[in-house]
Design a protein around this ligand. Structure first.
Ligand SMILES: [Zn+2]
Length: 739
């Protein structure tokens, strides 16, 4: 979802031309992975990269000859298309392919192309051509002028306009630090040993490992005694999912406390590694000249897997100082709707104020409940109490049995739900189509064409939704090809994939939790943005929009997972076929609303951390910890626990550096769009068509503010200090924050 620095994709190959935009388009006769001829074998990635580089070099030479402004933009976009296609395919492959050889070759392909991107990003003739094209903007269409402007900014973000003087050893050193941090996170999720085993509820034992210790006299009387006088206990690994289950379901407060503290202070080894990085930063800063980091930063894989936040922040800061920005936040936000850290902070403070009274009310309710449950007049609600008591309160108030809910959401029914949405809103059909030989990467994969009765095929969607061993545990939307205009009569159709990890042995036995349905619809919103966009340039295709606008369609489609009028059309009981009862949906909504303000407040707090850490250089690990603690005290009702530093697991700090607030922007935009366009009739074809023609179709080719104004009127945003802030009242009213 991150808009890449000149992610100039490039392979000309010409397979793009196969996806002709016409109702008579032939079915793709894929003869390799994703329909790419080269990918009949893993080694094909090498040829794919060779071809991409060869074609891109041809285009670079063409551009260096200074053709006309429109030619420059077209050739730049083709480079981008060529390189992106390979990088994006490799990205999907690395996350999903069961064959190690494919994964390894895909990784090599990414590495090589990232190096090549480094060359492109620092190529002066491309930069000069772009400056020239921008000067001649009168010769360009509006979209081309916008493209050339963005390309220049992207190159400048890479530091191209500064004096050259790269330090090649720097990226290597940073890269190895990334790996070390990552290894630490994987190898040390933290653990606590609990004796006796009975302190942990039986239903959670499968998440733990049995351990034994010599029994003391006192514990010999306990039931956890075996014949050798060894006491049986359980080891709990405190990785986030297990930690969450322990905190929600364990009645023993001391067990919760131990697990919370351990889980929120792992991995410890990284603190030392961080310290070393901290001093390394000073060393780097002393070096003169331009240091180029963007190949690493633009590698989504590296950014995603390296969750050591502070190291990245240090890198960002160092990089940005060289660029001449005051902070990384300033650098990252410049082209976003918000445009500056001041605007983001003002928005986040407004949100914090708006949500505070209701969140405090909720906090007090939880504390009162704890007092009633424990029969003690406790003063405080501890951080390890909140998940436990809120879960109890939700289930007692709404009598929710989550396995009953899941029985209405078998995977095939949920896919049916996606088809219902596309059909009702846009008059299009998702049709399952056969996969060509070698096109698929696993028997579970489905391929759908998005077909319009008048316009023909609009794009292709792969679904790989079930979990399996060795599959990356993510839910995400991957682009394989972006849409772009090839000529006046040809359009390269977008190809995307949705990847999730829903568990079950066969697709009929996969039953989604309701939160999974929400996730699926979220990712589907991204996919529709890609599939329905019709931009001239792939640079603006679908989700390639500024970061603080990118999550809007996905947040909008989350609403569909909560609306009974929608759910009844596809959520059918797996054995009886009965539609989901309205009361059950009401209970789900009720449980969601019970602590919605607390959850929103948490998101505001996260976004504030992200801003604070990118706004100035923390001087030490301790400094970072205290910044987070102070923000928690200031903006939430919860306590900071000394010694914990959970933010070292906050991977969005890495992937969305200074951009986490984008989720909140999207939440506000989506609330206004839902209220004004879909609240009355969520499946309205007229509203859906307006969403398509005024919003989704434009991808990043149009200013987001203009898109939003066209769609729902000008009160959806307001201008402040040169930036754009979403209207927060639709969200506030929906959440009843003003009552
Ligand atoms: Zn998303």
């Amino acid at each position: 979802m991150l808009r890449a620095l000149i992610r100039t994709p490039a392979a000309y190959f010409s397979y793009g031309r196969r996806f002709v935009h016409s109702s008579t388009a032939p079915l793709i006769k894929g003869t390799g992975l994703y329909g790419f001829d080269h990918l009949k074998t893993p080694k094909g990635f090498q040829r794919m990269v060779d071809d991409a580089i060869e074609r891109s070099n041809e285009l670079v030479n063409h551009i260096a000859g200074m053709p006309s402004a429109p030619e420059i933009v077209k050739a730049m976009d083709e480079i981008s298309d060529t390189v992106c296609t390979v990088i994006d395919s490799a990205e999907l492959c690395r996350h999903t392919h069961p064959d190690r050889e494919f994964v390894e070759e895909a990784s090599k392909a990414s590495l090589r192309l990232n190096e090549y991107l480094h060359y492109l990003n620092s190529n002066p003739s491309l930069y000069h051509a772009i400056i020239r094209a921008e000067k001649n903007h009168h010769m360009l269409t509006e979209e081309a002028a916008r493209a050339v402007h963005h390309l220049r900014i992207d190159l400048e973000k890479g530091g191209i306009h500064l004096s050259p003087g790269a330090d090649p050893s720097l990226t290597a050193r940073i890269s190895s630090s990334f790996c070390l941090f990552n290894e630490n996170i994987l190898s040390d999720p933290g653990h606590v040993d609990i004796f006796p085993a009975s302190r942990i509820p039986k239903k959670l034992h499968h998440l733990t490992k049995p351990i034994y210790r010599a029994s003391s006299l006192a514990s010999k009387r306990s039931t956890g005694l075996d014949s050798n006088l060894k006491e049986r206990g359980l080891r709990v690994m405190t990785e986030p999912n297990t930690l969450c289950s322990i905190l929600q379901l364990t009645s023993d407060a001391e067990v919760r406390r131990l697990a919370y503290i351990r889980g929120n202070s792992a991995p410890r080894a990284n603190l030392v590694v961080l310290d070393k990085l901290l001093s390394a930063r000073n060393e780097f800063s002393e070096k003169q000249g331009l240091v180029r980091l963007e190949p690493l930063l633009s590698d989504r894989y590296a950014r995603k897997t390296v969750t050591n936040t502070i190291s990245i922040i240090l890198l960002y800061d160092h990089y940005v100082q060289i660029m001449g920005y005051k902070s990384y936040a300033e650098f990252a936000l410049k082209e976003n709707m918000a445009s500056s850290p001041e605007v983001v902070l003002s928005f986040l403070r407004d949100m914090s104020e708006m949500v505070r009274p209701k969140a405090e009310e909720e906090f007090k309710k939880i504390l009162d409940f704890k007092r009633a449950e424990t029969g003690q007049s406790v003063k405080d609600l501890e951080p390890w109490d909140e998940p436990y008591f809120t879960r109890m309160m939700k289930s007692s108030a709404h009598n929710l049995d989550f396995s009953v809910v899941a029985s209405y959401f078998s995977l095939p029914q949920c896919i049916e739900g996606l088809k219902v949405l596309a059909g009702s809103l846009f008059g299009v059909k998702f049709r399952e189509i056969p996969l060509g030989p070698g096109e698929s990467w696993h028997p579970d994969v489905l391929k759908l064409s998005l077909h319009h009765p008048d316009e023909g095929d609009l794009g292709y969607l792969y679904l790989d939704l079930k979990s399996r061993k060795d599959k990356h545990p993510i839910c995400a939307h991957f682009a394989i090809k972006g849409g772009r205009k090839i000529s006046d009569t040809e359009y390269q159709l977008p190809i995307v994939a949705l990847v999730c990890n829903f568990s079950g042995s066969t697709s009929h036995s996969v039953h989604l939790q309701h939160s999974d349905v929400e996730t699926l619809f979220h990712e589907f919103g991204h996919a529709l943005h890609s599939l329905l966009s019709r931009t001239d340039y792939q640079h603006f295709s679908g989700t390639r929009v500024v970061l603080d606008f990118a999550e809007t369609p996905s947040n909008l489609f989350e609403y569909y997972a909560w609306d009974y009028r929608v759910l009844r059309t596809f959520a059918k009981h797996y054995s009886t076929g009965d539609p989901i009862p309205e009361n059950l949906v009401k209970s789900l909504q009720g449980a969601k609303n019970m602590f919605a303000a607390t959850e929103l407040q948490r998101q505001v707090f996260y976004a504030l951390i992200d801003q604070a850490l990118h706004a100035s250089q923390p001087s030490s690990v301790e400094d970072t910890i205290s910044i987070v603690a102070d923000l928690k005290r200031e903006h939430t009702s919860g306590k900071h626990v000394e010694g914990t530093h959970w933010h070292t697991r906050f991977s969005h700090l890495v992937t969305y550096g200074a951009g986490y607030y984008s989720y909140l922007y999207a939440k506000c935009f989506a609330a206004t769009i839902w209220k004004k366009m879909f609240h009355q009739d969520p499946l309205s074809l007229a509203a859906g068509n307006a969403l398509r023609s005024k919003f989704l179709q434009h991808g990043g080719a149009k200013d987001p503010t203009i898109i939003l104004n066209d769609l729902v009127g000008n009160r959806v945003v307001r201008n402040q200090s040169g930036g754009i802030i979403p209207d927060i009242t639709s969200l506030g009213e929906e959440m009843k924050l003003f009552d």
